[in-house]
Design a protein around this ligand. Structure first.
Ligand code: PLP
Length: 402
């Protein structure tokens, strides 16, 4: 007999490191989701920037079914068709020459940081191990990645941390210039901070970061776990910044909802991972790679990528109109369909209240810190769904303001 699933069961059987909502979604189609009681939600959250083609896109379902009847798993001692097809597409469409597959953003970053360290170790010696990252940055929850992340609270209390990691404020050029030296092996940054509050870098800042890395023989690592695969209206956000990283990580939207991640880099850097230096049992899983290949093919088209920018405008227009009535936001920021509505002084620290009020109106949104309501919907969400979601968001705001 199957156990009956309720929210109470979560508290009974799950490690309490999450506090999920009372709503239990059971199916989705496009940007609509239904719960156990058939209540219909509009999804502006996309499973935290994952479901880039909405829920159960027919082409993804078809690929999953086809691959599901062929071959599910192969170890990395085998050559793997879906993995190599996807790798070829990643290489053909980015700066990279080589790909390493894994299963989550944290693992992709773990691989990136290890590779950066190994590269510098082999090329310049043991002393060049320093990593510079940015305050409020987020790179995952393994011990290395959470330590590189810019919130010490997430890495405190687990014993001795990985060493030689320092942080400077995002967009603060003089702080970076003061810290960087020839012992730095890598500068790690999100090309638009997601969890940290939807913060864009100044173009001049990113360009100078690249120059500083070059002058100190440090690698530039872009964490595109959240920004990658069309989210900002470019296939990868670096393409819109005029700066090319040495290593890039991609996850979340890569599988359109199927867990997969990748670290991509150049031939010269990749060569420092030799047979046995690094690995992953599930990395390159054929089911994941097949679904990701179809996702990639659909997203990487001019129609979908320009459609992201068109949709950004629908959101901005709608949010500005709501704000002119209710005066709750100080700024609407972000790029493409990674949008942050920043709460003004009157509502400071209350982003969660907006999330809960939205859920009461059957709308899924996200927060990015305590002051920002975040939207990361499907890249192909329809205008009807955007307008309906925004109408629900307006009702949620009205319930808070009144
Ligand atoms: C920029 C960035 N890097 C890394 C991660 C970690 O990814 P995962 O949760 O798949 O390990 C996240 C997740 O939110 C992210 O936004």
């Amino acid at each position: 007999m199957k156990p009956v699933v309720t929210r109470a069961l979560f508290d009974q059987v799950m490690v309490p490191n999450y506090a999920p909502s009372a709503t239990i979604p059971v199916r989705g189609k496009g940007s609509r989701v239904w719960d156990q009681d058939e209540n219909e939600f509009v999804d502006f959250a996309g499973g935290i920037a994952v479901s880039c083609l909405g829920h159960c896109h027919p082409a993804l379902v078809d690929t999953l079914k086809q691959q599901g009847e062929k071959l599910w798993h192969l170890s990395n001692v085998m050559t793997n068709e879906p993995a190599l097809r996807l790798a070829k597409k990643l290489v053909d469409n980015t700066f990279a020459d080589k790909v390493f597959f894994c299963n989550s953003g944290a693992e992709a970053n773990e691989a990136a940081f290890k590779l950066a360290r190994r590269y510098s170790f082999e090329k310049f010696g043991q002393k060049k191990s320093k990593i510079i990252a940015f305050e409020q940055g987020f790179h995952g929850r393994t011990f290395f990645t959470v330590t590189v992340g810019g919130q010490a609270a997430y890495s405190d209390g687990f014993g001795p941390k990985p060493q030689d990691i320092q942080h400077v404020p995002y967009n603060d050029l003089s702080a970076l210039e003061a810290l960087i030296d020839d012992d730095v092996c890598a500068v790690v940054m999100e090309p638009l901070q997601g969890e940290g509050g939807i913060v864009s870098p100044a173009l001049e800042f990113v360009k100078r970061v690249r120059e500083l890395c070059d002058s100190h023989n440090a690698l530039l690592v872009f964490d595109e776990v959240q920004t990658g695969v069309g989210r900002t209206g470019e296939l990868y956000a670096y393409m819109g910044l005029g700066v090319t990283p040495d290593i890039l990580t991609t996850a979340k939207a890569l599988g359109g909802g199927f867990p997969i991640a990748a670290m991509i880099t150049t031939d010269a850097i990749a060569a420092c991972f030799k047979v046995g230096t690094h690995g992953s049992t599930y990395g390159g899983n054929p089911l994941a790679c097949a679904v990701a290949e179809t996702t990639f093919d659909i997203v990487n088209t001019p129609e979908v990528l320009s459609g992201v920018l068109e949709r950004e405008q629908w959101f901005r227009d709608g949010l500005e109109a709501i704000n002119s009535k209710y005066k709750v936001f100080s700024e609407i920021r972000g790029k493409g369909l990674l949008i942050g509505a920043v709460l003004n002084e009157d509502y400071k620290g209350r982003a969660r209240d907006f999330l809960v009020a939205s859920a009461d109106q059957q709308l899924m949104v996200l927060v990015a810190g305590a002051n920002v309501v975040r939207f990361a919907p499907s890249l192909i969400i329809s205008k009807e769904d955007v307008l309906e979601g925004l109408a629900r968001f307006e009702r949620a705001i009205a319930s808070i303001v009144s």
